[in-house]
Design a protein around this ligand. Structure first.
Ligand SMILES: Cc1cc2nc3c(=O)[nH]c(=O)nc-3n(C[C@H](O)[C@H](O)[C@H](O)COP(=O)(O)OP(=O)(O)OC[C@H]3O[C@@H](n4cnc5c(N)ncnc54)[C@H](O)[C@@H]3O)c2cc1C
Length: 430
């Protein structure tokens, strides 16, 4: 075992508490329940999926990279898992409304198009996964004229995130408890004790999963703010009603993206977006972000030229981003002892010199899903359930390490002290 990426403690009893009923919490709860765990999901709102997972529509598409990096690999595995999971859930609950329409991702400019075309020729992706198409074919696939060539992801599509969350939570092994705002967490004997703002104990369990996005940091000692670099990045979607006088682009048949995205109508509304606003607060949609969304839309469909901000609906929520754009999944390491044990890591030496890092036993993290939670939350829920129950993971070892919550502390300690920098959490698309 790599000493700085410990495995975590396998659950001794088949019960677990998950904090947060978004797509991350619902996915891991479902995967645990399917393994026979009795799972309590604690959610502060009156209903699940009220925050990032609450948009009426979202898209599932992969990230491509020339080198096949971790982000790209994870989205490809995540997509395959999501397609199967959603098709299975749709057999019982049509409200999940998974529409495997395909996703078109347009080139940003001629130079970008030339680069991508080269990648397409070299990479030789299976055509049912990713294929480079010219503007004429792209227009035919989406059903609306577009002016650039782009990638066609035949297996991509769109879904209704709150419906998916509700379908996942609908399992006899899951008890959803809403209106429970967990404010503290401490360990007593072999269990974690969770309490609300009044100090009332709301749950006690050996296994606890923090799936509450950046609010997870509020439940941990302050030192974890450096160890787990998370930030909330505001995003606003825009919604327009597909009325009788709708313009042609509103009848698109497949998801189309460039810097932003447009999703075919659901319940009579076309959804497009989304803004990225760092260091912002508030939940009210803003006119400036609607205007930004209209610009992103027009970069895809230039003919979408007579939209009035007044006619748009909108929704604001916050992506929980990490400094390397990958989620944090796995056991929570004991940060103070980690710093002591690996203090000399920057001086080199092999891993045999070190004892395995300590973990906070039974405490697991599933956060930082950024702009891709709908793509990979299902797979990651399954992977985490495997770690907790001691089963073989569906993730390859390199991805388990790439997602490990201890990776940021490991990277700091491997760097000479004078070159260490504070993490910067940013993001560029979603
Ligand atoms: C505008 C926008 C558009 C997006 N579009 C896409 C897209 O098209 N495709 C895609 O893949 N991804 C998209 N994303 C990203 C995706 O929505 C997120 O990655 C995903 O929803 C994150 O899920 P989550 O469960 O981690 O977080 P959340 O959905 O935020 O869930 C966390 C939950 O924890 C609860 N909670 C927090 N603290 C506590 C506490 N102390 N006690 C109890 N409960 C607590 C919260 O109330 C919340 O319900 C988009 C995000 C935004 C903002």
């Amino acid at each position: 075992m790599t000493p700085w990426f410990p495995n975590g403690q396998v659950a001794q009893t088949r019960c677990a508490v998950v904090i947060g009923a978004g797509i991350a919490g619902a996915s891991v709860a479902r995967s645990l329940a399917e393994r026979g765990f009795a799972v309590q999901v604690l959610e502060r709102h009156a209903h699940p999926a009220q925050e990032a997972s609450g948009n009426p529509a979202g898209i599932v598409l992969p990230v491509l990279s020339r080198t096949g990096n971790a982000l790209s690999h994870l989205t490809q595995l995540g997509m395959r898992y999501a397609q199967q999971r959603m098709s299975a859930l749709m057999q019982h609950d049509a409200r999940v409304a998974w529409q495997p329409s395909g996703v078109l991702r347009l080139a940003r400019n001629p130079r970008h198009a030339a680069q991508q075309e080269k990648i397409a020729a070299q990479a030789n992706f299976p055509p049912d996964f990713a294929r480079w198409v010219d503007a004429i074919e792209a227009s035919a696939l989406v059903g609306v004229p577009v002016e650039q060539p782009g990638w066609w992801f035949a297996g991509g599509g769109s879904l209704c995130p709150p419906a998916l969350v509700n379908a996942l939570l609908h399992h006899e092994g899951i008890r959803l408890r809403t209106g429970v705002d967990v404010q503290s967490l401490h360990r007593e004997a072999d269990a974690w004790v969770l309490a609300d703002a009044l100090g009332q104990v709301v749950a006690r369990c050996e296994t606890v999963v923090l799936a509450n996005a950046d609010a997870a940091l509020n439940l941990l000692p302050d030192t974890y703010a450096q160890s787990l670099p998370l930030a909330a990045i505001r995003g606003q979607i825009s919604l327009v009603r597909q009325t009788d006088g709708a313009q042609d682009w509103m009848r698109l048949r497949a998801v189309a993206c460039r810097e932003g995205y447009v999703i075919p109508a659901r319940d009579g509304q076309v959804c497009f977006g989304a803004s990225f606003t760092h260091h912002a607060q508030g939940r009210e949609p803003s006119e400036a972000e609607h205007i930004g969304n209209i610009e992103r839309l027009q970069a895809i469909f230039p003919q979408a030229d007579s939209l009035d901000v007044e006619q748009l609906g909108g929704r604001v929520s916050y992506r929980c981003a990490t400094s390397d754009r990958l989620p944090m999944l796995g056991p929570l390491h004991d940060a103070p002892s980690f710093y002591e044990r690996f203090a000399r890591l920057h001086l080199g030496g092999t891993h045999q010199r070190y004892e395995v890092a300590d973990v906070l036993p039974g405490l697991w993290l599933n956060v930082g899903h950024g702009a891709r939670g709908l793509v990979w939350a299902g797979l990651l829920g399954e992977a985490l359930a495997c770690m907790i129950s001691g089963e073989v993971s569906p993730l390859p070892q390199d991805l388990i390490h790439a997602l490990h919550p201890a990776r940021f502390d490991y990277r700091q300690l491997r760097t000479a002290p004078k070159h260490r920098k504070e993490w910067v959490v940013g993001m560029d698309m979603g």
